[in-house]
Design a protein around this ligand. Structure first.
Ligand code: FAD
Length: 381
C-alpha cells in the first residue's frame, strides 16, 4: 500500500489549495450570509478545470483519477464546503454519463459539463423517499417515443444553480428495477424550484425540484430504461468517499484554526497549547481524522485500480463526517467565546459540516452496506 500521493497529485493538490485559499476562502462568510455564491464563482471554478475532473480529455476534461477528485474536493472544502457541490456533482455525473452514454450522447453531454456551462444536480431524493430511494414515486409515463415526468425531488443540492439534472424516475414496476435515470435540461417551463432555509451550506442552493408533466425523450435516457438504480447508481460507488473527504477538509481547516489559536492565546501565563487538556484533545481529533482519511483514500485508490470501492467508501462515509463534526466542535471550544460567534472562523464550519452526515446517505444507510458485508445479508439488519 502506497501512502504517498504521486508528484502529479501533489502538484494538483497545491494548485487547488492555492486557488481555494485566494479565490474561495475570502468569500466563505459573505456567501453564507447572502445564501448564494458570489457572482463569477462558477465561471472561475470552470476556468480552473474543476468541473472536468472526471470528464475524459477527448470531451474537454482533465480526466483525473478518483484520488485526485478527492484531493480537489478536500482542498475546496477546507476553504468553503458549499462550493464543493457543483464540483462533486459534475465529477459523479460525468463519470456516470461517460460509463453509460452512447458516443453521440457523450459529445452532447460532456463538453458543457467540463466548461461549467452545464451545472449539474443529482435528483434522487423525494419528500417521502430518502434512505429507501429504491422506492421513489416520481413517475415517467410513456408518451409517444418518450416519457412525461411528474413528481417532486426534495433536498437537491445546487437546485439554485443547476441547468441540468440527473433525474431518477419510475418507468417500470415497483422497486429498484423500475427506475430509469434521465439526464435533462432544467429550463423546461414544467420545472419549478423551491429553496430550503438550511442550518448550514446556505450558499449551496439546496431545494426542491418540482416536475409538472415534463416531456423527455429516448435520447435523454442514461443507460437503458430500468437501469437507473442498478447500473447507473453503480457509478456512485465512490461518491461517499468523496463526501467523507469534503467533511475531513472542513475539519482540518477548523483544527488548524484551533492550533493557531492555542499557540497564541495566553491563559494563566502561558499559551493554551501548553495545557495537556487542550493539546491532547487536538492530538486525538487529528489522529481520528487522519485514520478516517486513509479509509476514504483507500476507497478512491480501489476505484482507480478497478477494484470495488464500496466497502471502504461506506465505512468512510459513516465515520468521517461524524469525526469531522466532533473535531470542529472541539476546535470551536478551543477558541472559547471567539469560537461561538458567527464573526469567528469556526461556527459556520460546524453548521456546514453537519450536513455531510446526511448527504448521500446517513450513517444508518452506510452501516447497512457494511453490515451486509460483515455479517452476510441474511444476518444483517
Ligand atoms: C446537505 C444535504 C445535501 C443533499 N444533497 C442531495 C442531492 O444533491 N440529491 C439528492 O437526491 N439528495 C440529497 N440530499 C438528501 C439525502 O440524500 C437524504 O437526506 C438522505 O438520503 C436521508 O434521507 P431522508 O432525509 O429522507 O431521511 P429518512 O430516510 O427519512 O431517514 C430519517 C432517519 O431515519 C434513519 N433511517 C431510515 N431508514 C433506516 C433504516 N432502514 N434503518 C435504520 N435507520 C434508518 C436515517 O438514518 C435517518 O436518521 C441531501 C441532504 C443534505 C442534508
Amino acid at each position: 500500500m502506497d501512502f504517498e500521493f504521486t508528484a502529479e497529485q501533489k502538484a494538483f493538490a497545491k494548485s487547488t489549495a492555492d486557488f481555494a485559499a485566494s479565490r474561495i476562502a475570502p468569500h466563505r462568510r459573505d456567501n453564507d450570509v447572502r445564501g448564494s455564491y458570489r457572482d463569477g464563482l462558477i465561471a472561475e471554478i470552470a476556468a480552473e478545470g474543476l468541473y472536468g475532473l472526471r470528464v475524459p480529455a477527448e470531451h474537454g476534461g482533465l480526466e483525473l483519477d478518483a484520488v485526485s477528485a478527492g484531493i480537489a474536493l478536500e482542498e475546496l472544502a477546507a476553504a468553503d464546503l458549499t462550493v464543493c457541490f457543483p464540483v462533486l456533482n459534475a465529477a459523479l455525473v460525468a463519470g456516470v454519463l461517460a460509463a453509460n452514454g452512447t458516443p453521440e450522447q457523450l459529445r452532447r453531454w460532456l463538453p458543457p459539463i467540463a466548461r461549467g456551462e452545464a451545472v449539474v444536480a443529482v435528483a434522487l431524493t423525494e419528500p417521502d423517499h430518502g434512505t429507501d430511494a429504491a422506492n421513489i414515486a416520481m413517475t415517467a409515463e410513456p408518451d409517444g417515443d418518450g416519457w412525461v415526468l411528474t413528481g417532486v425531488k426534495a433536498s437537491i443540492m445546487a437546485t439554485a444553480y443547476a441547468t441540468h439534472g440527473l433525474v431518477f424516475a419510475r418507468t417500470g414496476g415497483p422497486g429498484a428495477r423500475g427506475v430509469t435515470a434521465f439526464y435533462i435540461g432544467l429550463d423546461d417551463p414544467g420545472v419549478t424550484r423551491e429553496r430550503t432555509n438550511d442550518l448550514g451550506c446556505r450558499a449551496g442552493g439546496r431545494g426542491d425540484l418540482v416536475f409538472d408533466r415534463v416531456r423527455v425523450g429516448r435520447e435523454d435516457v442514461v443507460g437503458g430504461p430500468g437501469d437507473g438504480f442498478i447500473e447507473v447508481m453503480r457509478g456512485f460507488g465512490f461518491s461517499r468517499a468523496l463526501i467523507a473527504l469534503m467533511a475531513l477538509g472542513v475539519a482540518r481547516a477548523a483544527l488548524d484554526e484551533a492550533i493557531a489559536h492555542a499557540k497564541s492565546r495566553v491563559a494563566f501565563g502561558q499559551p493554551l497549547s501548553k495545557y495537556q487538556s487542550v493539546a491532547f484533545s487536538l492530538v486525538e481529533h487529528a489522529t481520528v481524522l487522519h485514520a478516517a482519511r486513509l479509509v476514504a483514500l483507500e476507497a478512491l485508490t480501489r476505484q482507480d485500480e478497478g477494484l470495488d470501492p464500496v466497502l471502504p467508501s461506506n465505512m468512510a462515509k459513516w465515520w468521517a463526517p461524524k469525526a469531522a463534526v466532533e473535531a470542529v466542535q472541539q476546535a470551536l471550544l478551543v477558541l472559547g467565546h471567539l469560537g461561538y460567534t458567527e464573526d469567528g472562523p469556526i461556527a459556520q464550519r460546524l453548521r456546514d459540516v453537519i450536513g455531510m452526515q446526511l448527504a448521500d446517505g446517513t450513517a444508518a444507510a452506510t452501516k447497512l452496506v457494511v453490515a451486509r458485508s460483515l455479517l452476510g445479508r441474511e444476518h444483517a439488519p
